[in-house]
Ligand binder design. Structure first.
Ligand SMILES: NC(=O)c1ccc[n+]([C@@H]2O[C@H](COP(=O)([O-])OP(=O)(O)OC[C@H]3O[C@@H](n4cnc5c(N)ncnc54)[C@H](OP(=O)(O)O)[C@@H]3O)[C@@H](O)[C@H]2O)c1
Length: 330
């Protein structure tokens, strides 16, 4: 394989942004798109200069001209496409939240392992250059021993029951759209937590509107996180260590700048902007992984995705949310 041929599944809002970043990735090309409607597939293909338009997800899974699928359907609709793609030997990049139940994530991870096919969660935060710099700073001991993470992510979303945010059938609620980011960030910095506490509010439609999550580690480390579909918040993350702290400036899930505060020293600003819309970094990880014959990302391994989904499953239990995966069939 010299050039990786991508297919897009679910031509919605995020897919339209992500495909624009392929211009920064000469080793990859978007060759196909699939929608549940032939008209929507054709319109997306025309708008983005994509050669092949499929009027069903099954058709792109069976398209031999495609190596890897970028799955950008709503979260409960990820599972069926990912399983079908892996069964057909196609690699997958699955939007966050990977699934809405830990069981479905395990199922996908198990099939990827069985087939020896690359699979990764599209958690773009982990590939942002500023976040990569922050991980290096933490590994170098810039703020000593890391003890805690504190952050928030909120939007003032319209309370429209038809909107994806408030519709349980498409995985609505704060947990899978917003809370996944601070949970994944905390898991990246501190590892997999030992305890999960949460308190939140459900809407009349049964989705979570806002919540606070407290993660605990047996050695006393903590993460305290707040997310909301009602309150617009800065979207900042702070990492505390025994020798100072690092601010990840808003919005922390795709930051350009982190500020290192070493105890007793002047603050140091580290700026490392992303390329394009910020999606090219995760696209490069998958593309290079496939070209190198890898089956997983070391930066966003499936074990971390499983750990994050387990935390989200525990949060759902604590706040009374009952997520349902979408239909089995494509
Ligand atoms: N990384 C990021 O920055 C980011 C940002 C936003 C969203 N996301 C993630 O990307 C995924 C999609 O979000 P989005 O905002 O792009 O959603 P969206 O605009 O609603 O688009 C989702 C697409 O999925 C398809 N689809 C398949 N089954 C569907 C169903 N039952 N109901 C509605 N649409 C269905 C639709 O295309 P067809 O019907 O034409 O096939 C639709 O256009 C979510 O998992 C979300 O968390 C990631």
């Amino acid at each position: 394989m010299e050039r990786v041929r991508w297919g897009v599944v679910g031509p919605g809002r995020i897919a339209a942004k992500v495909v624009q970043d392929f211009v920064h990735l000469p080793e990859a090309e978007v060759v196909a798109v699939a929608s549940r409607s032939a008209e929507r597939a054709a319109a997306f293909a025309a708008a983005h200069g994509i050669a092949r338009a499929h009027g069903s997800y099954r058709a792109i899974v069976e398209d031999d001209a495609v190596d890897v699928l970028y799955i950008a359907t709503p979260h409960p609709q990820h599972r069926a496409v990912a399983l079908a793609a892996l069964a057909a030997g196609k690699a997958v990049l699955v939007e966050k939240a990977f699934t809405v139940t830990p069981a479905a994530t395990r199922e996908i991870a198990a099939l990827a392992a069985e087939k020896g096919v690359f699979a990764m969660e599209a958690m773009w935060t982990r590939f942002q250059p500023a976040v990569v710099r922050m991980r290096d700073l933490l590994a170098d001991g810039a703020i000593g021993e890391v003890r805690s993470v504190q952050g928030e992510l909120g939007v003032h979303a319209p309370t429209d029951p038809e909107d994806r945010y408030y519709n349980p059938a498409v995985g609505g609620g704060a947990l899978f759209d917003l809370t996944v980011y601070p949970i994944s960030f905390a898991q990246m910095v501190l590892g997999t937590p030992d305890t999960v506490q949460a308190h939140g509010l459900l809407s009349a439609s049964g989705v979570d509107v806002e919540e606070a999550v407290l993660l605990g580690w047996a050695d006393g480390r903590t993460a305290s996180l707040f997310t909301s579909l009602r309150c617009a918040t800065p979207g900042q993350m702070r990492v505390y260590g025994t020798g100072g702290w690092i601010d990840v400036l808003p919005r922390f899930h795709h930051p350009d700048t982190v500020v290192v505060h070493r105890t007793g020293r002047d603050a140091e600003e580290v700026t490392a902007p992303h390329t394009g819309g910020g999606y090219v970094h995760e696209l490069r990880e998958v593309t290079e992984g496939l070209l190198a014959g890898r089956t997983e990302s070391a930066v966003m391994p499936l074990a971390d995705t499983v750990a994050v989904q387990d935390v989200m499953g525990a949060v759902a239990d604590r706040i009374g949310l009952v997520p349902q995966e979408g239909p089995e069939d494509l």
